[in-house]
Design a protein around this ligand. Structure first.
Ligand code: Q0Z
Length: 284
């Protein structure tokens, strides 16, 4: 997409990053634009989910406000009008190349590692846990950002130390856990479980302050469950407030080789409704 005054710098699967055409006018800023694109099983699907970019941006902005005691990258500068509802102007930071994942529950790649070794990112866990079980306490389970097209790889705390130094590693862990605890408590007040999430941090180019960046606590970067459904148990207890419906439909209608099929209208509509429900419940 072309935006007057902004030059496309990088396109991810579902988001686009722009830099100012005139650096002198807007020094040290970036424009992050969330699209309606949806990805699953490493493919971007057709069609997109109408309103997804705006819904995820609303969620991210809402969380940055809830978490304002933690320094973040959002600037009080209006994005271009054409994308105002799905974009944020942010301070350009020196990014720290570690994905700061926090897990309150054992699921996904954490569950996979646990079954093999009884650990997650090298952290020993009690024996006998089942898929989706709550952990005794939230754990910091960092991942290393893989090259384009590869999956992020879970790494140990010692590997974080090797990447960024002991002091920053401790700071990343402690701040990530503090933000997760605060966010979990807020989610719980709204009948939602925050199962896990991924934060990214950078440093302010001048002050070197550790700064929360990227998107925060969206349904693309987090697993949210309905607390009542979880408590009732059963096969749906781990259904997340994200593209679960898309994944389930694709699993039933595609063998995961070649180009994925076009999503039917009802799958698109139900997915959009699920994103809206998450926001409605959190912000109620
Ligand atoms: C975020 C990404 C997106 C594609 C770089 N404040 C920042 N300073 C420097 N770099 C970044 C940020 Cl947020 C940064 N990404 C991820 C975001 C589209 C990729 F909107 N990459």
């Amino acid at each position: 997409m072309t935006l007057a005054g902004w030059r496309p710098q990088y396109s991810g699967k579902v988001r686009d990053l722009y830099v100012p055409e005139d650096e002198a006018l807007h020094p040290g800023v970036l424009l992050m634009v969330a699209s309606d694109r949806v990805s699953a099983f490493d493919h971007v699907l057709n069609p997109g989910i109408p309103g997804k970019g705006a819904l995820l941006t609303t969620l991210s902005r809402w969380w940055f406000t809830q978490l304002r005691e933690f320094p973040n990258h959002v600037l009080d500068i209006e994005p271009p009008a054409e994308v105002a509802d799905r974009a944020m102007v942010v301070r350009r930071l020196d990014m720290i190349p570690v994905e700061c994942v926090v897990r309150g529950y054992l699921v996904g790649s954490g569950w996979v590692e646990y079954q093999e070794s009884g650990t997650v990112c090298g952290i020993p866990l009690p024996a006998g846990l089942a898929n989706g079980d709550r952990l005794p306490e939230p754990i910091f389970t960092p991942a290393y950002k893989a090259q384009l097209g590869e999956h992020d790889e879970n790494i140990s705390f010692d590997q974080v130390v090797d990447l960024v130094g002991a002091e920053t590693a401790r700071e990343l862990r402690d701040v990530s856990l503090a933000i997760f605890r605060r966010a979990s408590a807020i989610a719980e007040n709204h009948g939602l479980i925050l199962a896990d999430t991924k934060f990214e941090f950078g440093r302010h180019p001048d002050t070197r302050e550790l700064t929360l960046c990227d998107e925060v606590l969206t349904s693309d970067s987090s697993r949210y469950w309905d607390a009542a459904t979880y408590a009732a148990g059963g096969p749906n207890r781990l259904d997340s407030f994200d593209k679960q419906i898309v994944r389930d439909w694709l699993s039933a209608h595609w063998d995961k080789s070649g180009t994925p099929p076009t999503l039917p209208d009802d799958v698109v509509a139900q997915t959009a409704a699920r994103y809206r429900e998450l926001i409605a419940r959190l912000t109620a």
